[in-house]
Design a protein around this ligand. Sequence first.
Ligand code: 5AD
Ligand code: SF4
Length: 445
Amino acid sequence: MRYHLASFGCQMNDHDSERMKGLLEGLGYSEVGDRDAADLILFNTCTIRGSADERFLGNLGDAKRVKRERPEAIVAVGGCWAQSQKEAVFRDFPFVDIAFGPGEVSRLGELVARERIEAVGAFSFDGAFSGSLPSKRERPHQAWVQISVGCNCVCAYCIVPSVRGRERSRPLADVVAEIEALAADGVVEVTLLGQNVNSYGRDLPREERATFAELLRAVAGVAGIGRVRYTSPHPKDMKADVIAAMAECPEVCEHLHLPAQSGSTRILKAMRRTYSRERYLDLVTRLREAIPDLSLTSDIIVGFPGETEADFAETLSLVEEVGYDGVYTFLYSPRPGTEAAAELPDDVPPEVKRERIARLVETVQRVAAGRAARFVGSTREVLVEGPSRTDPTRLRGRLSQNIAVNFTGSAAPGTIARVTIERATSTTLSGRQVGAPVQADLVRS
Ligand code: 5AD
Ligand code: SF4
């Protein structure tokens, strides 16, 4: 896979571009000078004058042409301009797949991985799963492992079912074998990937049939693997056996990305999500009973057709009631080929969507900051990822709860450090290491 990166703007941007290159090369991409040959077209932008410059807009127009010729190419826009225009990017440049701000460079790998799962033919499943997976890893100690492709749901806004088809699961033995090989190569944390990971296995032939809960337990049991994550589950498939596996396997992280999409039962119904606000909240209660220190994150769409102020108020109150540690927010945009695009008018005016998403982001930040404060004063296990981005004399890692921690210490990447948390913002914690680090797979918290 090849990427083309064009950078516009200041030196800080060039530094970010270097980091983006590193991330992408870690994902198995190599750089290519010709945009027409790229699978991923990436722009790193700047907004010194508050608006994008002509040269950048010209380049973006060229990406539009490439996207028209090769719809499977991914177009990503990062940096200050993307940040300042966030909602407008998708509205004004609908061929853009990914937009992210300068603070989100580290998420680029995740965003690209997600988009790639959605992109037509980007993972040629019918050949072999693992053959098409990135050969280089974002970080030597962490790996993504795809367990299924396609989706049997019919969410009205979503393009995935029509482009990726029915769900197809990889046999459990194949997944475990891949993870054993990754562990032998130094990987200590794996993230299982699929459009709807927890409906895994139902399509497998009888002799290979397995459930997602069985897969989780099998992966947690692989020697050397200290942390297991997965994304994304569908709330309707979050059954008791999966919750039990999470609660009982110390390797399975205390974090769940559980997309709600909306807090209004009426909108959820129009979205064909198949659960109500009450059922979602009931699930959250059961999850927290089983895994008390669970952190929860979500995807939420703002401005779905027919969304009233009252529906949106329900979304805001859902964020408060659940107490999310973070939410990815999306402005609804009709995607050709979806039920919503064909049948429901995109009737929430753009300015209303923008105003709602701003209120949603504000609520999420306040709730997440309140949640993050619970860590201050406690000593936690942090899987070390490398030097801190803002201060190379410090280290950076993650809690089981998937929250980033910058800390003073001396532990090697891939080990678990015990860190006393001293400060918290809505997205990051800060602290100092206490005692000696431990090998990641030996920790049984
Ligand atoms: N408009 C806005 N957001 C969307 N998503 C999927 N389709 C659309 C759309 N048409 C969001 C959902 C999903 C996430 C990956 O992208 O929230 O969970
Ligand atoms: Fe499937 Fe998720 Fe799309 Fe719904 S939103 S159709 S669960 S991929």
